[in-house]
Design a protein around this ligand. Sequence first.
Ligand SMILES: [Zn+2]
Length: 579
Amino acid sequence: MALSNQQLAAIFSDIADRLEIQGEVVFKTRSYRVISENLAALPRPVEDIWREGKLNEVPGVGKAIHDKIDELLRTGKLEFYERLRAEVPDGVVDMLRVSGLGPKRVKEIWSTLGVMSLSELEAAGKAGRLRGLPKMGEKTELKILAGIESLKRRATGRMRAGDVLPIALQMREVLRAAPGVLRVEYAGSLRRGRETIGDLDFVAATTDPAAVMSLFRSQPHIEEILGAGETKSSVRLQNGLQVDLRAIDPSVWGAAMQYFTGSQAHNIRVREIAQKQKLSLNEYGLTAEDSTKLTFDTEEALYARLGMAWIPPELREDRGEIEAAQSGSLPRLITRADLRGDLQMHSTWSDGAADVLTMARGGIALGYEYILITDHSQSLGIANGLTPERVRAQRKEIDAVNRQLAGEGLVFRVLQGVEVEIKSDGAIDLPDDMLAELDLVQASVHTSLAQPRERITERALNAIRNPHIDILGHPSGRLINEREGGDFDWEALFHAAAEHDVALEINADPARLDLNETHARRAVELGCHLTISTDAHHPGGLNQIVYGLSVARRAWVTPETVINTWPLDKLLAWAASEV
Ligand SMILES: [Zn+2]
């Protein structure tokens, strides 16, 4: 029975959850967390590696884990896991998804009140039965109820862009091969670069609509065909995503792409502008009062006819882009080509799946001039964080990698950084003299995200004021569709970051996208610098940069604001000036 890396990763993280609920100490469940993350990040199917007899070479695989993966791949089952599942009910594990509930509390609620599911938990909270438990009060009870509410809100059916874009790219290739097809593009919120996607919309310019429609409806992974017209079809995929395809005549491509890209708010404004010129606008183009039809095979031609410059899709939200397009003052948005490096990634020194050299090769392959290795610091035990001694040992390896690359004639620098923990009391997890030795320092909050506003803001401010810290990583700590970020006082944080010139990260991991577009735009308004970096845990992760770029573009970010567009000497000089 075939098990994917993702399925195996889920089993091991579930094992850790259940063991912790049973009362196992975190130290003992760590190896399951590590292997879970490593499997998820592994670039090849672990099953292939297992067949080659090389399981021991996968990072994090010791004897006990080896035998468990072996049993799972041989039999499709794991006796140890089956026993655990019988001991700790699934509904109890579900309670861990409520923010503010850790394994200890879940165990307490389960064993004392017999609560075994999210709905029973909600009922217990509403009946006031949680507040009587040890170390809990009315406040905690309210927080748990709010956490359940937010879990329900997340079930909105919008998927992360990172789960949709790969499907869209693959489908586009398939549809482009249909007879008669001249062009196929995705439109809608994916083209606008939004962080989550409702439906996926395709537009196909074709001389043979029937051919592309039947190809579209006969793709694999379709669960249900929702509509099958001559020029429009809708399907629902097995993962729940709805995909629509419109076939149009090539002569109306520009108007159709403009119409189906949206957003609604943007299109309403564009329609009003057309109406003022006594024109009506729809997906086929403009119609004059005497019924003359104007068609547009490019979006540029359509916008130009209405007196506007072409507007990048990411800006089409009616947030000032119409006025800017009319007055010729649209921003020069940052692009992939502007980036000279990636300033957040992990290696096997902490929880990454690849060594420093492999990550460097990944950066070189993308045309970068530098990368910054930012492994976790010591207090993040789960991620095998670095002690000062290990930071210094890592420097030796990075120096050796730089020598090797220079020997190959490559103009490329691996910089040493760290993702230093901002601990729950605001303390920085490594001493200042240690931080001073690094090329750039990033600080991040990973724990105690539920602290009250004043306290969690003070933590971030403490890091911003530290003269050795250059970057604040994934500032809110949110995980899209999974967990809300911390309740920071953003205005205070941005003012301080501008004053001390600490760059704020747009973390490009599609689960994070943190800063989000609203915060990123405000931060730039207040004079902050940004970085756009991937937080990659293996070389393939460096490609996630596209999602971070979308956030930046939606935030009207121009290249000069983003420190990883700068040449290396400028970046290092900036890092060395301590504000
Ligand atoms: Zn992090």
